[in-house]
Design a protein around this ligand. Structure first.
Ligand code: NDP
Length: 392
């Protein structure tokens, strides 16, 4: 009898709940817990074929997590709350003897600095308890990492360079909105760019490096170099990698809004005094911006996310492009969600399924590219994220 607790009833949490409910022979009992219980109830009421138990929990409070764990004794906790909660939820899993999975690496609230160091330092603690902690089981990080592992296992003797290309070519009709949690999203994209080449990290000014990439079925789009967390783990886990970069598309209108918001201080993450109260500008901005999950109903267009991988195949230089295309409308029809939440939630459910089915069985802390890519690549096709690979 497998019990899973999903923490976070946001855009991604909705997809994870729907998709877990669609695999009842693996996910026997599903609990959805979040800070706001009404959001859990709303999601549970959409899922007709399964009972979803709902709970209120503030994952910043260890005693609340402990109570939740004691009530349900989960085999696995799926963390799709915010990166700030990663460590407290990992601690709760250790105490409650549960496996753990997430989609975003830990980030302290007071500095927009994301790296795996803290989560990796839990390796021996999870190993000692014979528990598995799987990091980054979304799309990017997540599927893109598995694309790299798959290429290394099946196509190349050696990978030389990886470029990840992430395009959302959707239209939601708003002047400015983010596709996942606005606070986390804006913190991520206003950082300096960074990529790895010849053994060192190279920093670039935000949005200063861009190229036109021709996305299948979408066309050429301006794609900007950003730092993204999967670069850190792939540099460690893909041997002999010479260069890795990450590119994401942004429209002119989006960048203009972002520039203005930055220039007037609205993206600040440190408290300021406002009428006798301390407020954090970015938290206030988040309250004004559309909730990404509310964009879903009228979202049209597609996402295309993939990796271009160059390496040696039978001693010759070859270049492979592996990608997925996902339609916002199709994602909505199935899960009441837009494609960015969908492409994150589906791989998260698949990672959870492989752990609970003992197909991925390890103790300690692992990034997803360290696991056997084959069952994951197969399940992507079975659960709504078919992928294409083509030699360039
Ligand atoms: P949302 O903001 O839509 O959802 C986050 C949910 O977590 C909200 O329901 C929120 O509750 C809940 N939450 C926040 N803080 C707490 C807390 N202290 N205790 C309990 N619940 C809490 O975000 P998304 O669904 O868009 O994103 C979820 C995660 O997925 C993020 O970490 C994001 O970085 C990651 N992500 C990963 C991607 C990938 O490809 N790897 C891509 C996109 C997202 P409430 O509403 O009540 O505040």
């Amino acid at each position: 009898m497998n019990t899973v607790i999903i923490i976070g009833a946001g855009g991604v949490g909705r997809v994870v709940a729907h998709k877990c409910a669609s695999v009842p022979h693996v996910f026997h009992k599903i609990v959805l817990a979040s800070r706001t219980i009404s959001k859990c109830k709303a999601i549970a009421s959409e899922i007709k074929n399964s009972t979803i138990h709902v709970e209120q929990v503030d994952a910043d409070h260890p005693e609340q997590l402990q109570k939740l764990m004691q009530k349900y004794h989960p085999n696995l906790v799926i963390n799709v709350a915010l990166p700030y909660q990663d460590l407290s939820i990992m601690d709760a899993c250790l105490e409650g003897n549960s496996h753990y999975i997430d989609t975003a690496n830990y980030e302290p609230k007071d500095s927009a600095h994301f790296e795996y160091k803290q989560q990796w330092s839990y390796k021996s603690k999870f190993a000692e308890k014979n528990l598995m902690c799987l990091l980054g089981s979304g799309f990017d990080p997540g599927v893109t990492n598995v694309f790299c592992a798959h290429s290394l296992k099946h196509h190349f003797e050696e990978i030389e360079t990886i470029d990840i290309f992430d395009c959302n070519d959707g239209e939601h009709g708003k002047n400015f909105a983010t596709n996942f949690n606005p606070e986390i999203n804006i913190r991520e994209i206003i950082q300096k760019g960074r990529y790895w080449e010849d053994g060192e990290w190279i920093e670039t000014e935000p949005f200063s490096v861009c190229l036109d990439w021709d996305y299948p079925t979408i066309g050429k789009r301006k794609s900007y170099l950003l730092y993204h967390e999967e670069l850190e783990s792939l540099v460690k886990n893909i041997p002999k990698l010479r260069r890795i970069r990450f590119f994401m598309t942004f429209g002119e209108e989006y960048l203009l809004h972002l520039r203005v918001l930055q220039n007037i201080g609205m993206t600040g993450i440190h408290p300021i005094d406002f009428q006798g109260q301390k407020i954090i500008p970015l938290e206030f901005l988040k309250a004004l911006l559309p909730d990404p999950s509310h964009l879903a109903e009228n979202y049209t267009g597609k996402t295309c996310i993939g990796a271009v991988i160059k390496g040696k195949k039978n001693g010759k230089d070859e270049q492979l492009y592996i990608y997925n295309i996902c339609s916002h409308q199709e994602a909505y029809k199935e899960t009441f969600s837009q494609a960015v939440s969908y492409t994150t939630g589906v791989p998260c459910m698949i990672g959870a399924m492989l752990i609970l089915s003992n197909i991925w069985k390890k103790s300690g802390v692992y990034n997803i590219e360290e696991m056997d890519p084959d069952p994951f690549m197969q399940e992507l096709k079975n659960h709504g994220l078919p992928w294409v690979e083509t030699w360039l």
